[in-house]
Design a protein around this ligand. Sequence first.
Ligand SMILES: Cc1cc2c(cc1C)N(C[C@H](O)[C@H](O)[C@H](O)COP(=O)(O)O)c1[nH]c(=O)[nH]c(=O)c1N2
Length: 210
Amino acid sequence: MVEFDDTFRQHLRELFVWRRDVRRFRSDPLPTDAIDRLIETACLSPSVGLSQPWRFATVDDAARRRAVIDDFKACNADALNCYSGDRAARYATLKLSGLEQAPGHLAVFADKASDIGHGLGRATMPETTEYSVVAAIIAMWLAARAEGIGLGWVSILNPDRIHAILDVPQSWKFIAYLCIGYPEAECDRPELEQAKWEHRRGADEFTLKR
Ligand SMILES: Cc1cc2c(cc1C)N(C[C@H](O)[C@H](O)[C@H](O)COP(=O)(O)O)c1[nH]c(=O)[nH]c(=O)c1N2
C-alpha cells in the first residue's frame, strides 16, 4: 500500500498554490516526450463509467497554428466589444493567450459517440462526458507544473472553427485549447488577480451549510 506523509501533503498543497494559468512562455522547446507524458498522466483521471472520453490533438502544423491564432484574435476582439468604459480599457490590456510563443499546442476534445463505458452514469447526465475531460485537463495541468512546465487554457475561440481547422472526427466536442511550455516567471497568484481583473475568494463564499 502506498502512503503519503505530511511532507508529501505539504508539497501537494504547494503544487495547488503554485499552479498557474500561463500565458507568457519562454522560447526553449519542451523535451520531445513531454506532451506524451502529460497525456499519459491525464489518462489516469476519473471518467464517467470509465469511458475515458478525452481525445487529444497535438498541433504542430504551422498553418493550423496560424489559423488558431487568427481565430483567437477575432474572438478576442468580439469579446472586447462586450465591455465598455473602464472594464473595456482593462480587458484590452490583458494577455489572454500564449498561442504565439508556446512551443506546445494541444487541443482537447470529448468524444460524445464512444461506446467505452457502455453508457454507465451518462443516461441522466450526458454532460458527464465533458466533465470527465475537464478532470483529465486538471490532472495534466498539475502534472505539468510538478515538472516546471506551464499550461495555459485558451477558450476565447470558436469551437466550430477549431473543429474545421484541426479536421477531427465529427463526434469530438471541443473542450480546450492548451498552450504548453516553460513559463517566463512563477507566481503564487493568478495573473488576472495581479492585473486587478478579479481576485481569488475563499471557500466560505461558495459554501452553503445544510
Ligand atoms: C475553462 C477555463 C477556460 C479558461 C481559463 C480557465 C478555465 C478553467 N483560463 C484561465 C483562467 O483565467 C485562470 O485559471 C484563472 O484566472 C485563475 O488563475 P490560475 O489558473 O490560478 O493561474 C483562461 N485564461 C486565459 O487567459 N484565456 C482563456 O481563454 C482562458 N480560458
